[in-house]
Write a protein that binds this ligand. Structure first.
Ligand code: CAA
Length: 379
């Protein structure tokens, strides 16, 4: 077992680290306060090869491994997880085209993402169907060689900013997962309109929206996979992207530990640095061990994917463990900072608000436990 990164990946890690320190962290608080979309930061990340990393080399991309993508995401997330969520949602948006698209569809829709900066979004969740994907209601009615889509998506990251959407709709609401189809839609498709931007607690630099579909006509050539294959395309996509959320969480937890170590060395109480107290030391030690465990689980799930092996259980374990660990680490960081930690003058309250979302999106941590338990019982 080799835990060292090879030279190429170590160099990419340094690039991501520098970008995070110089171009993400300094603007994180401002984007958190304004809720504006950090388009220029995203474009700069794309120009450096730190975004759209799953685009295959044959289509002009980097074709990064899942392990490589996790290395990049962890570094970016240390700077700001909200900005990083916007960056990695491009890979979430393009993965269904890699999973379900024909070579011609991949060339048509993905090759332009390597030459021009394009934002992507993955449109699966709905107002009444977040965890229960098979219960989604966006209706796709057949009309000759086209489909006509009517309904609403919700909680769509990059929803108001995307150039390209991968969208899941059902031909038959009673058929549950067997009725679902996946489509690729460009932004200017008539009848497709982003709705209200959510005013979120954390990760405020990411754009989260409702999407309205009002008689949206989609040619069959824009369907990914066969009719009824959409559910499996969505699940396979999530298996591939949940390790990235593990990496995102590891990045936040690392930042919480770094901030806490510096504060614990500096802040005095009862005549000594608070880091001298065992109560504080135990919180620091827990953060450090959970960061190591998060990274190992995340890399293991990514490595399985890179071997072409099924990784549903490990991806869910990585996502669930790392995001719970990040929630605990950021909450403890606020505790270590005390009253200061509860104010916006210090960076840790933002980390805590940002961490909460990771226990909810890409499948709640309750759903991750469902996936893990089913895989265990299946044997
Ligand atoms: N890979 C391939 N196939 C899979 C699969 C997987 N990981 N998981 C299930 N399937 C197959 C099953 O084998 C079954 O196939 P057959 O019909 O051939 O038997 C079929 O799919 C149906 O499977 P289930 O019976 O297990 O389906 P279910 O309705 O019970 O749901 C679930 C399973 C795990 C709860 C699923 O609905 C789920 O993952 N929900 C969470 C959704 C989610 O993660 N949403 C995140 C949205 S994206 C987001 O948040 C990103 C963002 O904006 C940042």
């Amino acid at each position: 077992m080799d835990f060292e990164l090879d030279d190429a990946l170590a160099s990419l890690q340094r690039t991501a680290q520098r970008f995070s320190d110089e171009q993400i962290a300094p603007v994180a608080a401002a984007f958190d306060a304004s809720g504006e979309f950090p388009r220029d930061v995203l474009k700069a990340a794309w120009e450096l090869g730190l975004s759209h990393v799953f685009l295959p080399e044959a289509l002009g991309g980097l074709g990064l491994s899942a392990v490589g993508a996790c290395v990049v995401v962890e570094e970016l997330s240390r700077g700001c997880s909200g900005i990083t969520t916007s960056i990695l949602s491009n890979d979430l948006g393009l993965t269904p085209i890699l999973v379900g698209g024909t070579p011609d569809q991949q060339r048509e829709w993905l090759a332009p993402c390597a030459t021009d900066f394009k934002i992507l979004a993955f449109a699966l969740s709905e107002p009444g169907a977040g965890s229960d994907v098979a219960g989604l209601q966006l209706h796709a009615e057949k009309a000759g060689n086209d489909y006509v889509l009517n309904g609403t998506k919700a909680w769509i990251t990059n929803g108001g900013e995307a150039d390209l959407y991968t969208v899941f709709a059902t031909l038959d609401r009673h058929a549950r997962h067997k009725g679902i189809c996946a489509f690729v839609l460009p932004r200017d498709t008539p009848g497709l309109s982003p709705g209200k931007k959510e005013d979120k607690m954390g990760q405020r630099a990411s754009d989260t929206r409702v999407l309205h579909f009002d008689g949206v006509r989609v040619p069959a050539a824009q369907r990914l996979g066969a009719e009824g294959e959409g559910f499996k395309i969505a699940m396979t996509t999530l298996d591939r992207t949940r390790p990235l959320i593990g990496a995102l969480a590891t990045g936040i937890a690392r930042r919480a530990l770094e901030e806490s170590l510096a504060y614990a060395a500096d802040r005095k109480a009862f005549g000594q640095a608070i880091g001298e107290f065992q109560a504080v030391q135990f919180m620091l030690a827990d953060m450090a061990k959970d960061i190591e465990a998060s990274r190992l689980l995340t890399f293991q799930s990514a490595w399985l994917l890179d071997q072409g092996r099924r990784a549903s259980k490990q991806s869910s374990m990585a996502k669930c463990f790392s995001t719970d660990a990040a929630m605990k680490a950021t909450t403890d960081a606020v505790q270590i900072f005390g009253g200061n930690g509860y104010t916006k003058e210090y960076p840790v309250e933002k980390l805590m608000r940002d961490a909460k979302l990771m226990q909810i999106y890409e499948g709640t941590n309750q759903i991750q436990r469902v996936v893990i338990a089913r895989e265990l019982l299946r044997g």
